[in-house]
Write a protein that binds this ligand. Structure first.
Ligand SMILES: C[S@@+](CC[C@H](N)C(=O)[O-])C[C@H]1O[C@@H](n2cnc3c(N)ncnc32)[C@H](O)[C@@H]1O
Length: 228
């Protein structure tokens, strides 16, 4: 595993225990973005849909999917074993949820899915890794299946990027200490590689997706996807 992903894994192993208690203070619009992500899944509520949650963390996205689709079968994948344990505990009342601890970059999808979702994970990927992942996601979807990603996306100009960071910091000041803000920005610089939203949409088109759209945007944070 390359050095950056070793650091990312360590970070999330450490953060796992308090993730649910604290994450909402660090991610503007976290719950609204999850709502947008789940709302973009176009199937009927009772459907026995197959869903993959990429970088499931403590299982918040899978839990939101199960609220709308109680009969869904979900594959939860995450790099961090501790995150997976917490997701297992959160989702223990649902028998159709399976868990895989491992790096998405080497993950081989063995099922065909109606929906693949991901929240605040894929900004860790760049270049070929991202292109390959989008192709793999396309490959594991059924025809008519959807991919929806909630993530950080960079501003198209230096002005917009600075403004997005300012707005994020403004938000952080509402719930975080100065030390937490400093640490968040340090981790962001070290671990994250957000892409331009337009480049993300083009990468989805190159992977084969159609009907690509942006369903939600709040400065630095976007929810977007496409249909196979
Ligand atoms: C910010 S958390 C988001 C968790 C969850 N998706 C949510 O929105 O609540 C990012 C998650 O991505 C996982 N992650 C990062 N890189 C990964 C990779 N290469 N493969 C699998 N999981 C990864 C981390 O372990 C962490 O649990």
């Amino acid at each position: 595993m390359d050095r950056r992903f070793v650091v990312i894994k360590e970070h999330f192993e450490k953060a796992a225990k308090d993730f649910d208690k604290h994450f909402i203070r660090f991610a503007p619009g976290y719950e609204e973005a999850i709502e947008a992500l789940v709302s973009a899944i176009p199937f009927s509520g009772g459907g026995r849909i197959n869903v993959a949650d990429l970088g499931c963390g403590t299982g918040n996205i899978a839990a939101a999917v199960l609220k709308k689709y109680p009969n869904a079968r979900i594959s939860c994948i995450d790099l961090s074993e501790r995150m997976i344990s917490l997701a297992k505990a959160k989702l223990c009342g649902f028998k159709n949820v399976e868990f895989h601890a491992g790096d998405l970059r080497g993950y081989k999808f063995t099922r065909k899915y109606d929906a693949v979702v991901s929240s605040l994970v894929l900004h860790h990927f760049e270049g070929k890794d991202k292109e390959l992942l989008y192709k793999k996601v396309y490959g594991c979807l059924k025809k008519g299946g959807v991919f929806c990603n909630s993530d950080i996306t960079r501003g198209s100009t230096a002005y917009l990027q600075d403004m997005y960071i300012e707005k994020w910091v403004e938000f952080l000041h509402k719930g975080c200490s100065r030390a937490e803000i400093k640490n968040t920005l340090k981790n962001h610089k070290r671990e994250d590689r957000p892409a331009l939203l337009m480049d993300e949409l083009k990468a989805l088109a190159r992977a084969g997706f159609r009907d690509i759209d942006v369903v939600y945007k709040r400065y630095y944070f976007s929810v977007y996807g496409g249909v196979k």
